[in-house]
Design a protein around this ligand. Sequence first.
Ligand code: ADP
Ligand code: MG
Length: 368
Amino acid sequence: MMTEPMADTIISLKDVRRDFGPVAAVDGVSFDIARGEFFSMLGPSGCGKTTLLRMLAGLDQPTAGSILLDGQPMAGVPANLRPTNMVFQSYAIFPHLNVVENVSYGLKRLKLARAEEKARVDQALALVKLEGYEQRGAHQLSGGQRQRVALARALVCRPKVLLLDEPLGALDKKLREEMQVELRSLQRSVGITFVFVTHDQEEALTLSDRIAVMARGKVLQIDTATGLYERPYCREVAEFIGTMNLFAGRVTKIGHEISVDAGSIGTLRAPASEARISVGDAVHVAVRPEKLSVLTGKARTGTNVVTGKLVASTYLGDRSRYLVQVPGVPAPVSVSLQHDGQHAAGVALPGSKINLAWPASAGIVLTA
Ligand SMILES: Nc1ncnc2c1ncn2[C@@H]1O[C@H](COP(=O)(O)OP(=O)(O)O)[C@@H](O)[C@H]1O
Ligand SMILES: [Mg+2]
């Protein structure tokens, strides 16, 4: 995948690869990260996220390709001489040291004057909101507090780049959400580039300026949260980010719109695509659940309509979710209807026939 050159690049990966025997853990990735960016790598377990992060940190070496950090080639540069620090998923803090000792640990090799060291530790503890906990032992801290200590220990060294490998993965949901907010505002206030690894799409979407979606050692797409949601390049990204309805078919006409013969559900129309598509190609027309509406009267021209049977409806307070079985479509079609004052009453009883409609402009053509 080509990426545009960036104004102020701090990390540049070129054809980076890491083989473990026959396994390509990272299979040729190239991209740049801008200074000050909150950049996430998102993908299922085993897709190569940790391996990539470890190579940035200097804890592992690429089999091929190059890594530049702040303009410097990193081949042969050991971890302790890189402008990076890493925070791990497990609370990697020393159990026998108290908070201050844990945080100042990384500073010892800098041999700072005592007052300077103290000032730095105090500042790092303030950043993670742990003032007053200086003398606490590691065993007297909650999971969230221990992870804050790990963060402070990484921040106290003032790295140019902070590498975070699923740092919130071990926390329960509520604490994780609180820490997400804090992490984001912390990143803004210190201005350090964050490279954040997660398998949780919501977390990536909430936190990041840009997200690299990964699978099988490759980067599928790099984009903002909106870009990934509204303009996925491929089916895998479309299904990984949120819910996506897919209608399989074959392209019959390409003009200002694309016509797709979707078999028993008829011809679907979608906007022209940036992807290279030719007449005869097997494609999916992809539509998000909230772009669908339940059609009561006659369809407007320029609208796609499919008919199916309601199989489930769920009331979710601000909206309802319906699953509709459409003959010829393998998975039930998911519909999300926002409740305005008049709506809210269920559209229909399960088992009844309903027509679903969406404007041609709401579809995305994805090559199969
Ligand atoms: N030291 C290693 N030796 C052999 N295989 C490894 C090693 N580290 C990672 N792998 C393999 O590389 C792939 C990517 O692993 P990893 O980077 O840990 O994925 P993720 O962090 O996305 O879950 C997996 O198939 C994993 O089994
Ligand atoms: Mg991992």
